[in-house]
Ligand binder design. Structure first.
Ligand code: SAH
Length: 296
């Protein structure tokens, strides 16, 4: 699906917003919508419909601006970004705003990067809204790690290499007990699990040091920055060279890390990268931009 010129898709499809006003005793609703990893072609049909029907859209900062082309021209768009614990709109404020707008009769969409229920604070928001008696529903989105992996031609659960996959965050609350990366690495090794780490760039040295206590030093690791965006960059390296590679290539957030033997097939890729063959050698899947690949 190509992004339409601003806004009119909603109205043309008759799916435009229904605004109700205070005094009509009508409570609005909140829909938590996953905007996917960036490329608007990865929105679900349900997401496009929800965005088109919204009268108020609260947008996280990982949401690609192109997604807003599906909003009605009359929708009120509020940017409430908050990145990796930086000072920005506090979560409590966002939740209050959702409640207030829904009580005022608005059809609220809370638009989040990837999937709203995976490291998206969707769980907390659903709990708050339910406690306040506000109707809430969830429209899932494609989480960043999936197209990140497939852009490398890798399946996170390739049955020759992995029994499962663990999605884990590298960002922990300051008051939380430190996360035991060594123990996780041991589990991944013993149970043949792929690790996918979100929000890991800021704490990379800690992650690397912990994982090296439980996994072989030559375990392959991929770092995929800005998956599905025209700016996507990808590096494939080993656990013991992870921090160094990220520093050398200046890879930045948003990026996901993939750790494990599902990446082993990429050694063939390393050979082809060395002889200068561009990757991927076949056309990228629809909507996926061919990554710039670095093999370190
Ligand atoms: N709910 C989101 C995750 C939000 S947490 C999802 O399901 O994808 C934010 C983290 O997601 C980032 O720090 C990064 O690790 C990852 N991320 C989000 N978009 C990304 C993208 N386009 N490419 C790579 N990583 C991304």
């Amino acid at each position: 699906m190509k992004t339409p010129p601003n806004a009119s898709l909603a109205d043309a499809a008759g799916a435009g917003p229904q605004r109700h006003h205070p005094g009509t005793a009508h409570t609005g609703s909140v829909t938590l919508v996953g905007a996917g990893p960036g490329d608007p072609d990865m929105l679900t049909v349900a997401a496009v419909k929800a965005i088109a029907a919204a009268t108020v859209i609260l947008v996280d900062d990982l949401v690609d601006a192109s997604v807003l082309a599906f909003a009605s021209r009359t929708a009120r768009i509020v940017h409430v970004g908050k990145r990796g614990g930086c000072a920005s709109t506090p979560q409590a404020f966002i939740e209050r705003l959702m409640v207030q707008e829904a009580r005022a009769g608005e059809t609220v969409v809370r638009l989040k990067g990837g999937d709203p229920m995976l490291f998206g604070r969707g769980g907390e928001e659903v709990e708050t809204l339910r406690a306040e008696g506000i109707p809430v529903r969830v429209v899932h989105g494609i989480t960043a790690a999936l197209p990140a992996a497939s852009s490398l031609g890798v399946a996170l659960t390739h049955r020759d290499h992995a029994h499962g996959v663990v999605f884990v965050t590298g960002h922990h609350q300051p008051n939380e007990r430190s996360f035991n990366w060594a123990q996780l690495a041991g589990c991944a090794r013993d149970c043949h699990l792929t690790l996918v780490i979100y929000m890991g760039i800021a704490t990379l040295a800690t992650i690397e040091a912990g994982l090296m206590q439980g996994l072989p030093l030559d375990t392959p690791v991929a770092v995929i920055e800005n998956a599905t965006r025209p700016t996507q960059r990808t590096a494939v390296t080993t656990l013991q060279r992870l921090t160094e590679t990220v520093r050398e290539l200046q890879l930045r957030s948003p990026a996901v890390l993939i750790v494990g033997d599902v990446l082993r097939g990429l050694s063939a890729l390393a050979a082809s990268a060395e002889d200068g063959t561009p990757y991927p050698s076949r056309p990228a899947a629809a909507g996926v931009v061919a990554p710039t690949l670095h093999v370190a």
